[in-house]
Design a protein around this ligand. Sequence first.
Ligand SMILES: NC(=O)c1ccc[n+]([C@@H]2O[C@H](COP(=O)([O-])OP(=O)(O)OC[C@H]3O[C@@H](n4cnc5c(N)ncnc54)[C@H](OP(=O)(O)O)[C@@H]3O)[C@@H](O)[C@H]2O)c1
Length: 296
Amino acid sequence: MPSPPTSRQLLVTGASGFLGWYVCRAAAATFQVTGTYHRHPLSISGVNNQSLNLTDFGAIAAFFQTLQPDGVIHLAAESKPNACQMDPEGSRAINVTASVQLAELCAEAAIPYVFTSTDLVFDGHHAPYREADPVAPVSLYGKQKLEAEQEILRRYPQAAICRMSLMFGAAPTAPSFLQTFLEQIRRGEPIRLFTDEFRSPLSGRDAATGLLLALEKASGILHLGGGDRLSRYEFGLIMAEVFGLPQTLIQPCSQSDVPMPAPRPPDVSVDISRARALGFTPGNVREELIAIREGC
Ligand SMILES: NC(=O)c1ccc[n+]([C@@H]2O[C@H](COP(=O)([O-])OP(=O)(O)OC[C@H]3O[C@@H](n4cnc5c(N)ncnc54)[C@H](OP(=O)(O)O)[C@@H]3O)[C@@H](O)[C@H]2O)c1
């Protein structure tokens, strides 16, 4: 693989996760990328992959000291709301404490820091949400991300806080809900999707582009969502159509039909005007699903 055009060193935490694959691949075109994993070793071509437990706070500082990065995109998290609800302390260590410690290290080194937050900081009753709208998370995951946002900005106001919408894609290293759904439908099994939960679904490749844009151009809060507001059911119908699968296997249901540990807001679709003004141009869901089908 040809060397990247600059020797700027970018640290990407959570490289072994769904979004990590997209971010590392996109960043490797312009940075020397070091991607960290915890439980799932990985290999991404052109990326220096290293093990790091981000809840070992001494280890983070030592890692930082050795690497001396020129920028950090922090993706590592306990990203499943139900898992956070069931393990409040363990999830807080990675979602809040580690995220704040990384912000302090970036502040000391005066380098860009991008933190991945979530649309779930909102209660879902006043969409579409802009960056300055009042926050009111209903799940512990949303509360942890909000606490991290506030602490990070208090200690390092130049940090970029990217609130990511629900993401979809086909990272080979960490299957997303899209792959699970497709496998289920291909087996002829129906899937039930909410008609009363709305998001602004964002493809992994657009998310990576947005985060790299934020690294270069943003500070403060930035909403990174896709161009459409869709219910999960509407998303499923488009997915089946694009992949040539029977739409009859996509069945409507309501949030109240599926009791889960973490409460879910009804509509956390976001307004992405601020990101668009910085040059962010996400595709619509149909275009992005076609790109995934074509292996882009
Ligand atoms: N996916 C979405 O739809 C979505 C929506 C909104 C916001 N977000 C946010 O976007 C970011 C990326 O999400 P994602 O879907 O890529 O998450 P993911 O697939 O669940 O990956 C999580 C990553 O965090 C790492 N990690 C977890 N605990 C760790 C620890 N103690 N030390 C070091 N690394 C640790 C995991 O490493 P191992 O697997 O190697 O253990 C993995 O690489 C997260 O901040 C998430 O909260 C995601």
